[in-house]
Design a protein around this ligand. Sequence first.
Ligand SMILES: NC(=O)c1ccc[n+]([C@@H]2O[C@H](COP(=O)([O-])OP(=O)(O)OC[C@H]3O[C@@H](n4cnc5c(N)ncnc54)[C@H](O)[C@@H]3O)[C@@H](O)[C@H]2O)c1
Length: 445
Amino acid sequence: MRVSVIGCGHLGAPHAAAMAELGHEVIGVELNPETCKILQTGRGAFHEKGLDELLDKHVHTGRLRFTTDLHEAAATADLHFIGVGTPLRSDGRGYDVGQVVGAVRSLAPLLTRPATIVGKSTVTVGTVARLQEIIREHAGSEGVDLVWNPEFLREGHAVEDSLYPDRIVAGLASPEAENAIREVYAPILARGDAELIVTDPATAEVLKSAANAYLSTKISYINAMAEVCEITGADVATVAHGIGIDPRIGHGGMRPGIGYGGGCLPKDVAAFTHRVGEIGATGAAALLNAVEHINHARLDAARDLVETAHGRPLDTATIAVLGASFKAGTSDVRNSPALRLAGLLHSSAARTIIHDPESVPAARRLHPEYTYADNIGTALRDADVVVLATEWPQYTRDADLPTAAARAVRRKVLVDVRTAVDIDAWAAAGWTVHQLGRPAQQSTA
Ligand SMILES: NC(=O)c1ccc[n+]([C@@H]2O[C@H](COP(=O)([O-])OP(=O)(O)OC[C@H]3O[C@@H](n4cnc5c(N)ncnc54)[C@H](O)[C@@H]3O)[C@@H](O)[C@H]2O)c1
């Protein structure tokens, strides 16, 4: 099929590459000329595991190209994915859907033959109905269908999740639209490992918001239990393991830490919380308000843990922060709890130096006032406390790191706010290890 992907950011670029890999002829439309220029060279404008390889492959086979020109996409493609951003409004009261409305409003009059518009961006319930109106009013042809096809990819696994999704949700209203969805995803559906859920647009909208809200609730739940463990002296890691054995609960999302972040969960929970409150779903609003409250509070708990670990006021400490991106596998620093914690420490400690294998350029653009190290050795040198803030494998799986790091620092004190390291290996190399919701592990060296 000839498809376009409008908006080639964290969702759109992997999706465009995946559509080319599935055999479609793809044209990616990206408004930002700098981003577009990078994509045209067959690279991503940010780090995402496996993305550069897939972009490079298909930009050079000619099956995938990028442009800033929407006319070219309208003229070429029969199906148009919309992957533009839906940031939180500046007052926090729901999404700013300007990019989505703008993209559909610009595209509709250019469509002079039947086509399918497939929205992948996350929107509040009611947005699809509004877009349908715009299409009815402005489309340049009869037979322009709108489908809402929310995306569930995980950053850090975006390519894999785009190629091998666990579900495809399609909110639609006509047999033609369903045929188009079945055709564009045919290679995935033929494998039989992804469920296709065909539903109405409102259900698709709510389904996506409900999924992100549930994930955030699970994360906040175990983080709330970490708070209980801190007060009672219990060990939250054992609690998480023990409760997760029950298949009704499960272990996914059960690792205690500094809370959720990134370009999706914080804004999606905030927008959904506002919306459910607005429509009078008071129970849902109360639950989600608590989820958000817990998430914010864990950052302060992490800062306090660093101070406890240091044993003195933080303004006497040199702190190495390992990790700035919101999770491992991506350079995305949007709403990153790691970078926020680094910010709290930056404003309290004598010296805070941040290392990240991929996201230092993005972090530096956002916070030029912080100090960054290009290599881990520089970050660790003379540190009084090392804070593991993002669970990159370089930090958590390198068996030599505890010993190598021990030689660089002033004091062997590790605060692992992701509950990610092999605590015994670090203790055996002489470190005292602190994790949220767990008793400190003293050095066993
Ligand atoms: N990032 C994720 O992991 C993820 C996962 C699921 C859903 N989503 C949803 O997908 C949407 C996009 O998120 P993202 O993280 O990719 O955002 P992003 O900011 O990384 O990307 C959006 C891109 O769209 C471009 N754009 C805006 N208007 C445009 C237009 N009219 N024409 C062409 N390009 C335009 C922007 O320049 C930007 O590059 C959001 O609604 C988000 O909630 C994201």
